[in-house]
Ligand binder design. Sequence first.
Ligand SMILES: *[C@@H]1O[C@H](CO)[C@@H](O)[C@H](O)[C@H]1NC(C)=O
Ligand SMILES: *[C@@H]1O[C@H](CO)[C@@H](O)[C@H](O)[C@H]1NC(C)=O
Length: 336
Amino acid sequence: MHLGANVRVNKIGIGITIGLICLFYLYSHRGPAYSSIDNKDVVSMKALLAGAIKVAQIGGLEVISVHDNLHSLNLASKGKTKEGVNDPVTAADYRSHCAMYHALLDAFPRITVKSEEKSIGCDKVDILDLKEYLKNPEPLGINYDSAVNANDITVWIDPLDATKEYTENLVQYVTTMVCVAIKGQPVMGVIHKPFDNKQTYWAWVDHGQSTNLHVKTPKKGKQPVLIVSRSHAGRVHNASKSALGQNVQVVSAAGSGYKSLEVAVGNATAYVHITAIKKWDICAGAAIISALGGKMTPLSGPPPIGFGPEDDTLLSTGLLATMNDHQWYLDKFYTA
Ligand SMILES: *[C@@H]1O[C@H](CO)[C@@H](O)[C@H](O)[C@H]1NC(C)=O
Ligand SMILES: *[C@@H]1O[C@H](CO)[C@@H](O)[C@H](O)[C@H]1NC(C)=O
């Protein structure tokens, strides 16, 4: 009899305990836009996307403010790139880096962030409180969210893509970029154009994209239009002609972010790069193109490009990005 009473009491006790746990769970999961924002080890992917978009835009504001004050355009030389083009580092580059890198790391301290620049003079740059912003961010129009271990996340940022063109006032090519890779695979890309149309283009593989990414369905029998780097256009024009014939249409442009977008929306059918390129230049484009159903690979084909924390920051095997007929282009360049 005593035993029976004990069991009953325990049952009530267990019931109360479960009830309290449920109440505590609901209580601790109320309120802020993203449930895991205060847990540093687990990252809300939706919060990270909203944060990535925001920092690309604030990086863009730094780039514009330095440009508007041209006299302070402080050219320092990073040395010559392999192609012999002078690769200037500007005050804008550093300021944008500071604003983007530190805002992200303050809000998501356990993720790995890889930036093209180092933190120099960041005490002179106002750093946005991204955590505060994320309590009430611009809506993305995505209901889905997922929680990912901070250890598995590598964010690649390019605080100013097309630096050379920026100093030449060819600002239509300039972008700021943020890319999120999980276990080395790019899943979110943000490309912001601070000057040209002040638009931010973004996509999250399988979950959504910005409304300005209008993807054209290719016309049957559409001729290839290659987009290539204007800084070593001669060599890549030649390579493209031997691969696809003398009459192939080749457009020269600057900025990997710019060229990736042209392919993503169908203004060009392939982005071809034949020399070495850094991963922060290509990660956001890779994510956007992949989210829209296209591919970015080395020009030599597989293995895929790794964007993990331990992966080499340099891709030296050339690059091909397409929305359609990827293998066809690879074969053409392989046999050329
Ligand atoms: C491109 O090809 C032409 C004609 O074959 C050649 O004269 C020129 O040097 C080549 N340019 C480069 C940059 O390889
Ligand atoms: C693609 O081409 C259209 C029409 O020329 C242009 O308005 C647009 O800016 C281009 N690029 C992108 C990324 O939409």
